[in-house]
Design a protein around this ligand. Structure first.
Ligand SMILES: C[S@@+](CC[C@H](N)C(=O)[O-])C[C@H]1O[C@@H](n2cnc3c(N)ncnc32)[C@H](O)[C@@H]1O
Length: 187
């Protein structure tokens, strides 16, 4: 969260929305109590013990989101070996939930508009493995550059196409995609 955003007053309409939905507004202002999350890269599940010994506290498994763990708010993961070596991601549970809600299956062709810096993009690629295709689009060149760096760090760079483009008009066919009519014509 940007500095200042946590202390800025919440708009009345938003406060009203929170109240009518029984949500405590302090969750938006008390960032000291907001947990951090990590996601283990598939294949590196064993590194959670190393993370625990480095950060000197036990990450708590998130039962409803595969591969995710909760950490206390004050814990920094950037200096851990697991993070530096691309074995864990820093990603919010809400981002993970959004990706899971897509119900991605092997072979899917996924378009991620507004993709940078790429936390969800990496998760999509991890779920797809070598199947299907992933296309990431972002309007900000410098943010897409950061996204490319993240993909390379996690060794996902050669499995994803990135475009600097406006997502509202982007229209490029996914790599390896064949519509039903094309498949029929080529039989
Ligand atoms: C909150 S970030 C997205 C986070 C990202 N999905 C992730 O999981 O890491 C919003 C991004 O949307 C991009 N963006 C905003 N308007 C856009 C547009 N019209 N077309 C493409 N990207 C856009 C911004 O440059 C910014 O990088």
């Amino acid at each position: 969260m940007e500095h200042g955003a946590a202390t800025a007053p919440l708009p009345d309409a938003f406060l009203h929305f929170l109240e009518s939905n029984g949500i405590d507004p302090s969750i938006y202002t008390s960032i000291d109590s907001t947990p951090r999350y990590i996601r283990l890269k598939p294949g590196f599940e064993d590194c959670i013990e190393d993370v625990e010994s480095e950060i000197k506290c036990k990450p708590k498994k998130l039962e409803w989101l595969l591969g995710f763990y909760t950490l206390p708010p004050h814990i920094q993961i950037a200096s851990t070996n697991a993070y530096r070596e691309g074995k864990i991601y820093g990603i919010d549970a809400s981002s993970g939930a959004a990706v899971m809600a897509l119900g991605i299956s092997p072979g899917d062709h996924v378009l991620d508009l507004c993709a940078a810096p790429g936390a969800k993009l990496c998760m999509i690629l991890d779920l797809l493995g070598d199947s299907g295709s992933v296309t990431g689009v972002d309007a900000a060149r410098h943010r897409l550059a950061a996204c490319r760096t993240m993909l390379q760090k996690y060794k996902l760079g050669d499995r994803c196409r990135l475009f600097v483009a406006d997502g509202t008009t982007f229209s490029v066919i996914p790599e390896g995609f064949r519509s039903d009519s094309e498949s029929l014509l080529n039989r």
